[in-house]
Write a protein that binds this ligand. Structure first.
Ligand code: SF4
Length: 387
């Protein structure tokens, strides 16, 4: 039985409409599958908890997709399955993603009554033209109204997601988006640069010349603009793309669920295409929602792929994800406890070279990126992965 608390990720593969830049495993127009998917998801959760002896869980994340397209009863079914199959710790962080175009006051009240205590809202922009370009189903005003409804329903831990680096984005619209976002005083902000993912409508638009490719230099300027603005507003940048406010009672509003990934700790993913990682074993479910349901109903395996990470890969990945945490970095004691050797014994030359180049800082307790290396983090991370 696992004694270190686990994190659970529940993938809801449905959206009201597919955004043209999105390559997540999510689909529009599958309303007929909402009910059977929730049944199959609850079944998968129940089996996983029973097989592990109802282990403790400290975070649950309802993601997708858009979990808030499901009815309260369907969400209750999957969360009830979590409570019955796992030991959900009293202080557990339970997050739901919420698209501002799919939520109202009643829906937020439902989520609260189901025990959801954190929201992650995909606002993306407060500029109408940018929202139209991104194919979002909500307006800027809708996002502000949804935020107010969430507060009124009692949510006191809310993340807002934004996207920057749109083709030819004006710094002024980004500043104005940040200003409206900060005016809401969310507990947490996630800022992502627009990536042209293969196979998306956006990729086709760029390939055909209908839309210019995003400009990396512009994205870097907008990122630095945001860094300065958010820090001035009192947010701590604790991860490359994430900022959190301090908690009045101490600590901060960092995402406990995402910290599981950045600390390379164990998590179980449920639903079509969901990934899991436990004790060095990683696996993923098949991606098709209809096939996931069919196999679940037939009592057949849901597995799509699995592998056991070699020690070299597990250590390299622990470095790669841990270096994303700008303050915490890779904890040397935790690394040694897991792999039996200190980071300086595994990577003596790489650490010396990167520290001399001013890209990392090696302290007695951690290894972390320097502020100067944040924009070129991927080059640093790659040094730790086996060939
Ligand atoms: S709402 Fe989110 S998950 Fe759904 S298509 Fe748009 S970006 Fe993807």
């Amino acid at each position: 039985m696992t004694t270190t608390p686990l994190s659970l990720y529940l993938h809801i593969p449905f959206c009201a409409r597919k955004c043209p830049y999105c390559d997540f495993n999510t689909y529009a127009g599958l309303q007929a599958l909402f009910e059977p998917l929730s049944v199959a998801l609850a079944r998968e959760i129940s089996a996983a908890g029973a097989a592990r002896g109802r282990p403790p869980v400290h975070t649950i994340f309802l993601g997708g997709g858009t979990p808030t397209v499901l009815s309260a009863g369907q969400l209750a079914r999957v969360l009830d399955a979590c409570h019955q199959a796992f030991t959900i710790l009293p202080e557990a962080e339970i997050t739901s993603e919420a698209n501002p175009g799919t939520v109202d006051r009643a829906r937020f009240a439902d989520l609260r009554s189901l025990g959801v205590n954190r929201l992650s809202m995909g606002v993306q922009s407060f500029d109408g033209d940018e929202l139209a370009f991104l194919g979002r189903i909500h307006s800027a005003d809708d996002a502000e109204i949804a935020f107010a409804h969430a507060r009124a329903a009692g949510f006191d831990n809310i993340n807002l997601d934004f996207i920057f680096g749109l083709p030819q984005q004006q710094p002024a619209t980004w500043q104005s988006t940040l200003q409206r976002g900060l005016a809401l005083a969310p507990e947490h902000l996630s800022l992502y640069s627009l990536i042209v993912e293969e196979g998306t409508p956006l990729a086709a638009w760029v390939a055909s010349g209908r839309v210019p490719a995003p400009d990396e230099d512009l994205a870097a300027d907008l990122y630095e603009m945001a860094q300065a603005r958010l820090v001035a507003a009192g947010y701590q940048q604790y991860e490359i793309s994430n900022w959190a406010r301090r908690h009045p009672a101490g600590g901060s509003f960092q995402s406990q669920h995402n910290l599981t990934y950045w600390r390379n700790a164990d998590y179980l993913g449920f639903g079509p295409g969901a990934f899991s990682g436990e004790q060095g074993r990683r696996w993923s479910n098949l991606r098709s929602p209809a096939e996931y349901i069919r196999r679940s109903d037939a009592g057949q395996p849901l597995l799509d792929s699995e592998e056991q990470a070699t020690p070299a890969l597990a250590m390299g990945e622990t470095m790669m994800v841990g270096l994303r945490l700008l303050d915490e970095g890779v904890n040397r004691a935790a690394f040694q406890a897991r792999f039996g050797l200190d980071v300086s014994e595994i990577y003596p030359d790489i650490l010396t070279e990167l520290a001399a180049a001013g890209m990392i800082e090696v302290t007695p307790t951690c290894v972390r990126l320097t502020p100067a290396a944040v924009l070129i983090g991927n080059r640093v991370f790659a040094r730790f992965l086996p060939d």
